[in-house]
Design a protein around this ligand. Structure first.
Ligand SMILES: Cc1cc2nc3c(=O)[nH]c(=O)nc-3n(C[C@H](O)[C@H](O)[C@H](O)COP(=O)(O)OP(=O)(O)OC[C@H]3O[C@@H](n4cnc5c(N)ncnc54)[C@H](O)[C@@H]3O)c2cc1C
Length: 400
């Protein structure tokens, strides 16, 4: 049987995993990437430590995704353990950090992980064409690319789009492809920030003492969701794991009202009663020192409380304890899309079938962050993108 050609457009995490698992005896595979090199966002993701997946049990991982039912089959088919085993097979050992997040071994830099994957592609004779910017379709329905040597029209038996989301556009994932799909009558949901900082109009002078300070071991509640973690105080507002994971709830509430409220619990390890009892013990020095010695409240937390409470409230044990356990802070917005770690929006999930094929364009598939799904940070994003690449490869290999 003659081989079929597959054009993969975009050279990020999902595309690499797809190409690494396509059967080279059945397909001639070419990746078309706009940048001069593959995987720029993958490398950016690795800047602060490449959190490649999470070690949680599968059932728990699946619940992290929105919509969970879309990703359930995909993550089950290529799970965190499958990813870890595959990386090991290509020479990348991983370890589980204290938070349960999984990283490549300390001596493997993100570029080494990327190179190990690209090595697999080379062995499979995957063609890699860089500086190929996809610009939609020609009148004859061929793929149209802008290249260094001019415009090129390309056709293939199967076409896979793996164009990424819209944040960190400097990596090449800028969502500029939306119009091409809309012109084909395919529904595209506008992109919005996910896993991003929240905007807070800090009280005057607060930043002079608190900018750049972190609040550790706190919990933040928004709507019916509460998360433990750490945040950093910035000019813009708050950033860090504890707010990133609340983005979807905050985004929803902000769409209904111009502002919403998050409640910070500065001492989630103690109940309200425990904090009250500890602070009601005899006070030997200033109230700020008392807070530090009796319940271990940080100087930054004390500074926030002083700013947010009146003098009477700060010195009254009942109002002070109430605020330590639940200080309401107004959120007035989310970080701009370009600064977010990921985006929601993109191709509507209603437009694809369970094998990622566009219902209106047979033999055209979409995978990765360009589809409209969401997940918190913690390795869940890369896991889902890798799993989608794997599942599509498995489906296409089976088809021929
Ligand atoms: C700062 C930061 C930190 C992150 N940290 C983590 C982390 O620790 N763990 C985690 O799980 N996830 C993390 N992520 C998210 C993760 O990197 C992405 O979810 C993932 O890379 C998306 O994979 P993808 O294949 O869908 O798209 P991408 O990796 O974005 O790849 C899409 C590719 O398509 C190319 N492209 C776009 N348009 C065109 C076009 N018209 N023509 C040709 N090529 C095109 C782009 O240049 C790009 O190379 C992080 C993201 C950021 C920004």
């Amino acid at each position: 049987m003659p081989k079929q050609s597959i054009a993969i457009i975009g050279g990020g995490a999902s595309a690499l995993m797809l190409a690494a698992h396509l059967d080279e005896n059945k397909f001639d595979v070419t990746i078309y990437e706009r940048n001069a090199a593959l995987g720029r966002k993958f490398l950016v993701a690795g800047d602060g430590g490449l959190n490649i997946t999470h070690s949680e049990p599968l059932q728990k991982i699946i619940q992290r995704y929105k919509p969970a039912d879309f990703l359930k089959k995909i993550i089950t088919e290529f799970s965190n353990n499958d990813l870890i085993s595959w990386l090991k097979a290509i020479g990348i050992d991983t370890f589980i950090g204290t938070s349960g997040r999984v990283f490549p071994e300390k001596n493997s830099k993100p570029i080494e992980v990327l190179n190990a994957i690209v090595e697999v592609l080379k062995k499979k004779n995957v063609q890699i064409k860089t500086q190929y910017l996809w610009k939609g379709w020609t009148e004859n329905n061929e793929l149209q690319f802008e290249t260094n040597s001019g415009v090129e029209a390309i056709s293939a038996d199967k076409i896979v789009f793996a164009l990424g989301g819209k944040s960190w556009s400097v990596t090449g994932s800028d969502g500029s492809w939306i119009n091409y799909f809309e012109k084909k009558g395919i529904q595209v949901i506008p992109f919005q920030s996910s896993n991003c900082a929240v905007k807070i109009d800090w009280k005057k002078d607060f930043l002079k003492i608190a900018e750049g300070q972190s609040l550790k071991n706190i919990s933040i509640k928004c709507g019916d969701k509460e998360l433990k973690g750490e945040v950093v105080i910035t000019k813009f507002g708050l950033e860090g794991g504890a707010v990133y994971a609340l983005t979807s709830t905050i985004r929803k509430l902000l769409s209904e009202n111009a502002e919403t409220t998050i409640c910070v619990d500065f001492k989630p390890i103690f109940s309200h009663q425990e904090v009250l009892e500890k602070l009601n013990q005899p006070k030997r020095n200033s109230l700020s020192n008392h807070l530090e010695t009796k319940i271990g409240l940080s100087k930054t937390a004390t500074a926030i409380l002083k700013f947010y409470l009146s003098k009477e409230e700060f010195t009254n044990m009942n109002t002070l304890v109430k605020a330590i356990k639940s200080l309401p802070i107004k959120v007035v917005g989310l970080a701009p899309i370009d600064e977010a770690i990921s985006t929601v929006g993109g191709i509507s999930l209603n437009e694809i079938n369970t094998d990622f094929e566009l219902k209106k364009l047979p033999q055209h598939f979409c995978i990765g962050e360009m589809l409209d799904w969401d997940a918190p940070t913690g390795g869940y994003l890369l896991q889902a993108n890798f799993s989608m690449g794997y599942c599509l490869a498995k489906h296409l290999n089976k088809q021929l």
